[in-house]
Design a protein around this ligand. Structure first.
Ligand code: HEM
Length: 461
């Protein structure tokens, strides 16, 4: 039935729809094509054909877990050599998915999160020290760079009791370099026709193997330290090493623990870092919205030096700013769904069992039929409770859907709301007037080369 799905007009034999396409921004290319092609379309690129879905009705149908499930393909499958059967890259039917999900889910409960809160505050304190230094020196801050340091230190510290020393180093920790290398490699694999990949990427493949070895070695060290010390304070690593499945009594194997640690270090920081960076970009461009949010922080936190766990969820306006940033730039901009039975998508598109499609979240979030004619504008009031209640379900999906949706959602939202609150209370963000938002695509999205100047708020702590 593929032939009935629209595709861009100028097709080349073999290479496909590459005219005007950029290898570096495949997602933004798809966004450009989407409005003209409609809610379900296909693009052929680099020898592969992909079907994209972004219409609200179709995406809602794909959320039906009795007929559809996560599809591990493309970028996700390319990460299997490094993340194996870890939570994010596991196939649905792999027994280690359910086992790890059940063992680790309590690590994201309210109680667990309240336990991470003081460590999150401590890491955020290193960020504000760093920013105070930039402010005193009259230097702008490197937003994506600093947010990535912050989120990496947060997940390493709260999850694994580890400190990469990101804020104290001139160059990234070798673990980080290896991680960026292997993510970049996974992305590049998608842009090379499969039969040529081995040939074209031979050198890159060798470097990738070295990167993976570096990741494995770092994690093995971390685990050995923990085993030697006899346990931490009940963090994710303790859970991975010591918790048995509540029903079966089974535990994670040593190899699976390695996969999970890498999974959480990667999944737990890039996306959150991007979300914070986009939010700071928009706040710098909308001083009136920033002022309103800062006033909320002042009102809710007063001048408490260390806002408590419960005081974070009370920042409703700050949270809406984050939601609105994730609407325009969902930093994990797509997810894949496959039919688990022979079925018809949204009553129109027949799909055989195993057929799959990419949900273009970033486009779903800009559909004027859902978000109005001003869908491209930044407006956190779209997430006022009254507005949310009137919107159709499954129209805001930055964390994916169903059983395989993001396990770290509350973690990310707590961390990001806390940090935005601290920054809004302390600084006024001053944009470079010449800056135009450009978005870099790795596996996740990030505002490219975003620098901001800071001013100290007279009232802020
Ligand atoms: C899964 C987005 C933060 C850990 C996912 C998925 C999305 C997503 C869309 C589903 C992917 C798919 O269907 O293939 C985000 C965004 C974040 C964020 C936008 C931040 C703003 C985090 C954090 C953690 C985390 C902080 C860990 C602490 C995971 C894991 C999975 C996942 C382990 C796989 C879950 C499973 O399949 O069982 N995330 N995520 N994420 N995320 Fe997140």
């Amino acid at each position: 039935e593929l032939h009935r799905i629209p595709h861009p007009p100028h097709r080349l034999p073999f290479l496909g729809d590459v005219i005007g396409a950029s290898r570096r921004t495949p997602l933004q290319d798809s966004l450009r094509h989407a409005p003209a092609l409609g809610p379900v379309f296909r693009r052929k690129a680099f020898g592969k054909e992909f079907v994209f879905v972004w219409g609200a009705r179709q995406v809602a149908d794909l959320a039906d877990e009795t007929r559809f499930a996560k599809h591990v393909g493309l970028g996700v499958a390319n990460l299997r050599p490094v993340a194996g059967d870890g939570l994010f890259t596991a196939y649905n039917e792999e027994p280690n998915w359910q086992l790890a999900h059940d063992v680790l889910a309590p690590g994201f409960s309210r109680e667990a999160m309240a336990g991470y809160h003081p460590m999150m505050l401590a890491v955020a304190g290193r960020l504000t020290d760093h920013w105070d230094g930039a402010l005193a020196a009259g230097r702008p801050v490197d937003v994506p760079g600093d947010m990535t340091k912050l989120t990496l230190e947060t997940i390493a510290r709260t999850g694994f009791g580890h400190d990469f020393g990101s804020f104290e180093r001139d160059r990234p920790h070798p673990f980080v370099t290896a991680m960026v290398g292997t993510l970049g490699y996974a992305q590049r694999l998608n842009t090379v026709p499969a039969p040529l990949a081995r040939h074209l990427l031979r050198g890159a493949a060798r470097r990738n193997a070295a990167d993976i070895a570096r990741l494995d070695a770092t994690v093995d060290e971390l685990v050995a330290e923990r085993r030697a010390s006899g346990g931490g304070e009940g963090d994710l690593l303790d859970r991975m090493l010591a918790t048995a499945h509540p029903r079966t009594g089974e535990r994670l194997s040593a190899l699976n623990v390695r996969r999970q640690v890498i999974t959480f270090l990667v999944a737990g920081h890039e996306t959150t870092s991007g979300a914070l960076s986009f939010a700071l970009h928009y706040l710098s461009r909308h001083p009136e919205i920033a002022a309103r949010a800062a006033a909320e922080v002042d009102a809710v936190w007063g001048d408490a030096a260390r806002p408590g766990y419960d005081q974070v969820a009370k920042l409703r306006h700050v949270r809406r700013i984050l939601d609105e940033s994730l609407r325009l730039w969902p930093t994990a901009p797509a997810y894949a769904r496959e039919a688990t039975v022979d079925t018809v998508l949204a009553g129109e598109h027949p799909m055989r069992r195993g057929a799959w499609t990419l949900v273009l979240t970033a486009m779903l979030h800009r559909d004027p039929e859902v978000w109005g004619a001003d869908a491209e504008c930044f407006d956190p009031d779209r997430f006022e409770p009254a507005a949310v209640r009137t919107r159709a379900p499954h129209t805001f999906k930055p964390f994916g859907t169903g059983a395989r949706a993001c396990i770290g959602r509350q973690f990310a939202l707590h961390e990001a709301t806390l940090v935005l609150g601290l920054l809004l209370r302390r600084y006024r963000l001053v944009p470079d007037p010449a800056y135009r938002l450009r978005v870099t695509e790795r596996l996740t999205l990030m505002p490219e080369a975003l620098r901001l100047h800071l001013e100290r708020r007279p009232t802020g702590r």
